[in-house]
Design a protein around this ligand. Structure first.
Ligand code: MN
Length: 137
């Protein structure tokens, strides 16, 4: 057993991978034979990931706020606390906050044998982001 006390510094999501301001707290990191990676990701209003894929897929579980997600070729979906989304291995997608709300989700995945969690592509444009449906309060 190894306890990691709540003292790890919150990281900023790098601008190559995100639009806007995103904070990331590590929950579980791959170690030894374990490929499990889990992060608590906090998106400020308007912030979102770039388009990306995960080699072994990803589950996100929304814990706070109101968010958005989209698979390539699909429509933008609104997601709320308690909603869970699974992205298939290799499925191109993005996720983030709505324009007017914070969103926090727990992100869980298995890294590949080389330790890769994701392959990153283009940023989500303002036009793509603006295709989100209106969010009723
Ligand atoms: Mn993802």
């Amino acid at each position: 057993m190894e306890i990691t006390r709540n003292g790890l510094e919150t990281g900023r999501g790098p601008s190559d991978w995100f639009t806007g301001t995103v904070y990331i707290d590590t929950v579980a990191a791959p170690a030894g034979s374990s490929h499990v990676s889990a992060s608590n990701v906090h998106f400020t209003p308007g912030a979102r990931t770039a388009w990306h894929t995960h080699p072994n897929g990803q589950t996100i579980w929304v814990t706070e706020g109101v968010g958005l997600c989209q698979q390539r070729g699909g429509r933008v979906e609104v997601i709320r606390p308690g909603d869970r989304v699974f992205f298939e291995p290799g499925e191109e997608h993005w996720h983030g906050a709505t324009a007017t709300r914070f969103m926090t989700h727990l992100a869980m995945l298995d890294v590949d044998d080389a330790g890769n969690a994701a392959a990153w592509g283009d940023h989500v444009t303002d036009e793509e982001y603006a295709a989100a449906p209106p969010v009723a309060d």
